[in-house]
Design a protein around this ligand. Structure first.
Ligand code: UDP
Ligand code: MG
Length: 303
């Protein structure tokens, strides 16, 4: 049995050597390979890794030509990993490597996906915790896939799951969601997330929002269909307004400005019609979107 550990890195020169040594030490009794994905770092990460890997021929280093992002780095790692079990871990040691042993135990018990669930999030700002809390709840209510709350990308996956992920042709990849989508037997283990010991977070607000939008749009077409509901509602209101302005015209003609009734009727009616039409378009665009993603209709576990 071979274990692959994928480590995405972006500008981590302060900590990459420590990560390398910690992982190597932690896994010394297990047959393993480390797959480093250097996501276009602008600092010395690449040089340090090349030096470290010079005498570790069974480790891999994939260098990107520029910064393509965390999710792209995982996808590259998953394509190159050869292991029967594959672990994804952040390169800043915030995810404790010692947890990998526990994950392997669960894997040997027959689980295909073992994800690490954060119990405590040390060193994260109130804003980050609050936004993460909201994000998991929003995605839960908008989509029908169950992403367990407070899980990052730190997880172990069996070969069968990795193969399924590699075969999905879609381009905007929200890995956490896709892993849930492909199914198979899953279990979570709790852990305390440590603080970053060196360097700074490579996830500014801009990237977090991008990730959240990717996550929601790749698993839900609800936002597209929203205007249909709003359109229906406003058509009903339009009818009410129309009746009201009509009655006004007859019962108090002296206070009603000429032309008001017909103007009101036209505005509210066409507003409603337009929103409904956009909603219908949304319904079709949602379907086109589902088709272009080319996800398989179903995935078999065992026949
Ligand atoms: N990372 C990456 N590409 C990016 C941003 C981040 O490969 O564009 C890596 C980063 O080097 C780290 C991991 O993804 O190993 C998690 O990033 P970070 O620790 O900054 O995220 P946080 O823990 O703050 O959510
Ligand atoms: Mg981190």
């Amino acid at each position: 049995m071979l274990l692959s550990v994928i480590v995405p890195l972006y500008n981590e020169e302060e900590i990459v050597e420590k990560t390398f040594l910690t992982l190597k030490e932690e896994l010394k009794d297990i047959e393993h390979e480390l797959v480093f994905v250097n996501d276009g770092s602008k600092d010395k990460t690449r040089e340090i890794l090349e030096k470290l890997l010079a005498d570790a021929p069974n480790y891999q280093l994939i260098n990107f030509s520029r910064n393509f992002g965390h999710q792209a780095a995982f996808s590259a790692g998953l394509q190159h990993a050869k292991g029967d079990a594959v672990v994804i871990i952040d390169g800043d040691l915030q995810d404790p490597p010692s947890l990998i042993h526990e994950m392997l135990e669960k894997w040997k018990e027959g689980y295909h996906v073992v994800y690490a669930q954060r119990q405590k999030r040390r060193g994260e700002s109130l804003f980050k915790r609050f936004s993460a809390f909201c994000f998991y709840r929003i995605i839960h209510s908008l989509t029908n896939i169950e992403i367990p709350p407070d899980t990052g990308d730190f997880r172990l996956m069996d070969r069968v799951v990795v193969e399924q992920l590699n075969n999905l042709p879609e381009r905007s990849r929200f890995l956490r969601g896709l892993v849930c989508w492909v199914g198979f037997k899953k279990i979570g283990i709790l852990y305390d997330r440590a603080e970053r010991t060196a360097g700074t977070s490579k996830y500014p607000l801009r990237k977090m929002i991008r990730l959240a939008i990717d996550g929601i749009t790749s698993f839900s077409t609800t936002p597209l269909k929203l205007s249909f509901m709003v359109g229906l509602l406003s058509t009903v209101i339009a009818l009410g307004v129309f009746i009201w302005s009509f009655l006004e015209k007859f019962f108090s003609p002296e206070t009603t400005v000429p032309g008001w009734t017909s103007l009101m009727a036209a505005i509210v009616f066409f507003g409603g019609i337009q929103l409904i039409s956009i909603g219908i378009l949304g319904e079709y665009i949602g379907r086109i979107y589902d088709e272009v993603k080319q996800r398989p209709l179903y995935i078999e576990d065992k026949k």
